[in-house]
Design a binder for this molecule. Sequence first.
Ligand SMILES: [Zn+2]
Length: 173
Amino acid sequence: MFVMQEGLFGPDHLDIIEEAVSISEEVACDYFSALAGRWIRYPYEICTLRDVCDEEHPVNAFAHLVWYGTYLMDKQSGKDSREFYRICLNDPNILDHTSGGRPDRLLPFMIYVITHELVHITRFSTYNFHPGREDKTREEEKVHCITGEILAPVRISGLDRVLDRFKGHQNLS
Ligand SMILES: [Zn+2]
């Protein structure tokens, strides 16, 4: 049974997030698959504050990406997945920012957040780009730019406003 908890996503919010995930995956896949000339798959899962452990907590961010990698030399067989990611969402921050998770605000906002994290994952996993601490700000700017490029043609009510909000590259994670 789903117990409603103050400050956490309820079932209606989770439905909207699921919709945001499928839209984000579709547009990000189309974008990167065209660039790579092959189908890109994302080894990841989404979790909310109900599921995260302390180390995965997004603290003040809207979301936090956690990488569970298996270094190539540790691989046991070709079947082992090389890496896996968890996108950890910060329920209360996202709810605060979307007027308590109003559907017309939550959907475009989550499309931005998830697409942004998928851009990170693609750059990490496909291009094997793991920025050092000093490169993080530059990487963040790049990811905001690409996210804006991917989402610019997507016609979802309220998305333009979200794109404007992140144009200045405010921190997301
Ligand atoms: Zn980011």
